[in-house]
Design a protein around this ligand. Structure first.
Ligand SMILES: Nc1ncnc2c1ncn2[C@@H]1O[C@H](COP(=O)(O)OP(=O)(O)O)[C@@H](O)[C@H]1O
Ligand SMILES: [Mg+2]
Length: 415
């Protein structure tokens, strides 16, 4: 008997190189940014006090990749020229306060057996411990804070950028590299912190289609066998990546999804049709994520529209959606929001591409109103709202779309 799973890597040479975690050996299409970044790091090799560097740009534009790449090279050069350099790399995803950031940094600098608890220390003690850890180092220390925009207050940055002036650190030359996915982060900072963090600022713009193509070509060469990609595959992935905000991560993921689809279908080549279908799947996944992340009352509003749609009663006027929404609130003992809020939610849905709306004229009496319609299949929305539906109960109109879990909290509608 042939085993159930058989090796089938006729397309992929190294699929792993298309995963998010993969660090490319070379950076393409970011020449200006790399040059500015290199210049900002140059003082380290001269043994001079480094400038703080602030890197910003949308997600997927190469901020982390270029940083890792240059800091690797910097470490090699430092070794070569006998410059003492320590790089401390910390991702702030999952942190939200300065307090948490300071403790995370202490623990980054300590051996696991000496880690401190994440809560329960007075703030002054936390910073004292931090200065002690930093003073145990020597030479130049580069502190990389990636996704720094997750930290909502600026005490941590204030303390770190002033530590030398305040005499808290004396043994090292401390340079800070802050990387932000949010361009408004800088404006949120206190003026003093802003001017010291942003001594050198480098903006990473979205990739254009040509740059994305270069990134994809480089990656495809190591990921796929020669001839595995049909003409036009990379250009199409680049074009979609460009539309999705010039995001290289999206473009690479799309290529991998297209490759996976081709492999599943046992195709001899990855074609533009695979790319097209993979893009549809990615978009569907993205809107699932968006719907799952909506607030409870936004979800209730979307649920109300979905039930109208399931009965063929859409496009539906805002007023009708609001009535249905209020009914759901009463049914589930929630306090309804105002009609105005619900109209706001409905227009946000349109921006998120979940719905489309049309303006209608009232005729003789003048004035206009809006009608809304789902832009996703009912089954997809029901799937995304599953948790809410379990709590509120299943409206009769959508019962057929529910998974067979014996959900017996069904109810009727009276509007
Ligand atoms: N210029 C580039 N050359 C090669 N790969 C790149 C380049 N820019 C981005 N990538 C790849 O695209 C993905 C997203 O880049 P990343 O640096 O993580 O973006 P950011 O940190 O700006 O969100 C990563 O997988 C990265 O390896
Ligand atoms: Mg990043």
């Amino acid at each position: 008997m042939t085993p159930r799973f058989q090796p089938d890597d006729t397309l992929y040479k190294q699929r792993n190189t298309l995963k998010v975690e993969y660090v490319p050996d070379d950076i393409v299409g970011r020449d200006d940014e790399t040059e500015a970044y290199e210049a900002a790091l140059q003082p380290v090799i001269n043994g001079e006090y480094p400038d703080n560097i602030f890197i910003y740009g949308k997600t997927g534009v190469g901020k982390t990749a270029v940083t890792n790449f240059l800091l690797n090279d910097l470490a090699e050069s430092a070794e070569f020229y006998d410059v003492e350099l320590t790089v401390v790399d910390m991702n702030c995803d999952g942190l939200s306060t300065s307090y948490q950031a300071a403790i995370r940094l202490i623990n980054e600098l300590r051996e696991p057996e000496h880690h401190i608890a994440e809560t329960g220390h007075p703030q002054s003690k936390v910073y004292r411990l931090l200065w002690n850890e930093l003073n145990d180092l020597t030479g130049t220390v580069l502190l990389v804070l990636d996704e720094i925009d997750h930290i909502r207050d600026d005490t941590f940055l204030y303390q770190i950028t002033r530590a030398d002036n305040n005499g808290y650190i004396d043994n090292i030359q401390l340079g800070l590299i802050g990387i932000s996915n949010d361009s408004t982060f800088r404006e949120r900072l206190d003026a003093k912190v802003q001017s010291s963090l942003c001594e050198t600022e480098i903006s990473f713009p979205p990739y254009d289609a040509g740059e994305l193509r270069k990134v994809l070509e480089q990656r495809a060469d190591i990921a796929f066998y020669e001839g595995a990609l049909d003409d036009g595959v990379l250009s199409l992935c680049a074009a979609h990546g460009r539309q999705d905000g010039g995001d290289a991560r999206r473009a690479i993921t799309l290529l991998r999804k297209a490759g996976d689809l081709a492999r599943t279908e046992k195709a001899t080549k990855v074609t533009t049709d695979h790319v097209r279908r993979a893009q549809e799947k990615l978009e569907a996944q993205q809107s699932m994520d968006i719907m799952r992340d909506l607030t409870e009352h936004e979800q209730l509003t979307l649920y109300a529209l979905t039930t109208l749609s399931a009965k063929g009663e859409s496009p539906a006027r805002s007023r009708i959606v609001y009535q249905r929404y209020k009914e759901f609130c009463h049914h589930s003992r929630r306090e309804p929001r105002t009609a105005r809020r619900i109209r706001g939610f409905l227009s946000d849905f349109e921006i998120l591409n979940l719905t489309v709306s049309h303006k209608q004229h009232r005729g003789q009496s003048g004035g206009t109103y809006r009608e809304h319609e789902l832009n996703r299949d009912i089954a997809t929305v029901v799937d995304a709202l599953q948790t809410l539906i379990e709590e509120v109960g299943a409206h009769r109109s959508i019962v057929e779309y529910l998974p067979d879990t014996g959900n017996d909290k069904k109810f009727e509608s009276f509007v």
